[in-house]
Design a protein around this ligand. Structure first.
Ligand code: HXC
Ligand code: NAP
Length: 289
């Protein structure tokens, strides 16, 4: 399957040290694994140390990569500073940060407690802000170049019901991406984002598509290309954006969703339900047959 093949040239990220938050599972793990394959050294960070260690050992065995697993909660600024320092003392530098850690659940908004709403904002928006401040301050102080890649979603720009805290938080992350792309460019720090459509992961699917919903709302049916994303497709795009050779891309958000959000946006897009026979009849009528 072409969607499952890596696209970048061998050693495209050789010598780079890349920190991936939420890198022990799901899309973070898939991106981090591909960065290893391309010669990068990796720091993966999230709350669950056992999960991180298992992923790190797997990367070492499969790719022979140097991987550091550093547990940390992105809501805790002090702990993030310590985690980043550990990364620097181990690898001497960090070249790029992928802000991928996130949290989400589906719910009618009026059913959410204030704490539930704040929990998502704290992890997604403030967590990303924390990680961005820690790395940005370091790069600026040391006079080093840096690279942020923020994983948002398509509803960061469309909004979406039933995931309102996540939509509000991801919209904030997108605004931060574009703002810092300009403000910190003078330090050689660039900021880009990826907005993925549906990519099956245990973390997202278990929370956003519980079994009863999955039958009724098959995500592939919403996508004009008729399928969900393959993790390698996202990993290819992430590696592309982190490579030196794409260094002029700054402040961009790239959507990778098979056309999903645009299908929802175009007024007549639901006409893909119209059968050919009906189009034939319409055409015959027009020609006076
Ligand atoms: C409503 C909920 C809830 C739910 C928890 N809460 N789950 N409210 N519906 N399903 C409420 C709790 O009752 C509590 O409020 C508050 O949220 C905090 O809950 P805790 O369990 O104490 O929080 P915490 O232990 O910090 O866990 C955070 C979490 C959890 C968000 C609740 O799910 C988590 O750790 N998620 C991380 C991984 C994840 O979500 N991955 C999916 C990313 S997918 P009260 O008032 O009772 O104290 C993604 C995809 C985007 O972003 C696009 C897809 C197409
Ligand atoms: P996932 O596996 O649940 O990823 C979320 C990661 O964030 C986990 O590794 C989790 O690890 C970490 N995390 C959660 N709370 C944290 C905290 N407080 N501090 C540090 N780390 C924390 O789900 P995923 O689908 O791969 O999502 C990855 C990214 O893609 C997210 O930004 C998500 O919004 C985005 N996305 C996914 C989809 C999709 O279809 N899958 C679509 C659009 C966007 P711990 O539990 O160990 O902390």
């Amino acid at each position: 399957m072409p969607y499952q093949a890596g696209i970048l040239k061998e050693n495209a990220l050789k010598g780079k040290v890349i920190l991936v938050t939420g890198g022990g599972t799901g899309l973070g793990k898939s991106m981090a694994g591909y960065f290893c394959q391309l010669g990068a050294k990796i720091i993966i960070s999230s709350r669950k140390e056992d999960v991180l260690q298992t992923t790190a050992r797997e990367f070492e065995e499969v790719y022979g990569a140097e991987v550091l697993a550093l547990p940390c909660d992105v809501r805790d600024y002090g702990a993030l500073e310590e985690m980043f320092e550990k990364g620097i003392s181990h690898f001497a530098k960090v070249d790029a940060v992928v802000n991928n850690a996130a949290a989400n659940f589906i719910s009618p908004t009026e059913r959410l407690s204030a704490n539930a709403f704040h929990t998502i904002l704290d992890i997604v928006l403030k967590g990303t802000a924390n990680m961005t401040l820690v790395a940005g301050k370091h790069w600026i102080k040391e006079g080093q170049k840096g690279n942020f890649l923020n994983i948002v979603t398509t509803y960061a720009f469309t909004g979406s019901g039933y995931v309102v805290p996540s939509a509000a938080a991801k919209a904030g992350v997108l605004a931060m991406t574009r703002s810092l792309a300009v403000e910190w460019a003078k330090y050689g720090i660039r900021s880009n984002a990826i907005a993925p459509g549906p990519f099956p992961t245990e973390g997202a699917w278990s929370r956003l598509l519980p079994e009863r919903f999955a039958e009724k709302f098959d995500p592939a049916r919403r996508v004009p290309l008729g399928r969900v994303g393959e993790h390698q497709e996202l990993a290819n795009l992430a590696a592309f954006l982190l490579a030196e050779e794409t260094g002029f891309i700054n402040g961009e958000v790239i959507t990778i969703d098979g056309g999903e959000w645009l299908k929802g946006a175009g007024q007549f897009n639901a006409f893909d339900q119209v059968p050919n026979e009906l189009w034939d009849k319409l055409s015959a009528q027009r020609k006076g047959k």
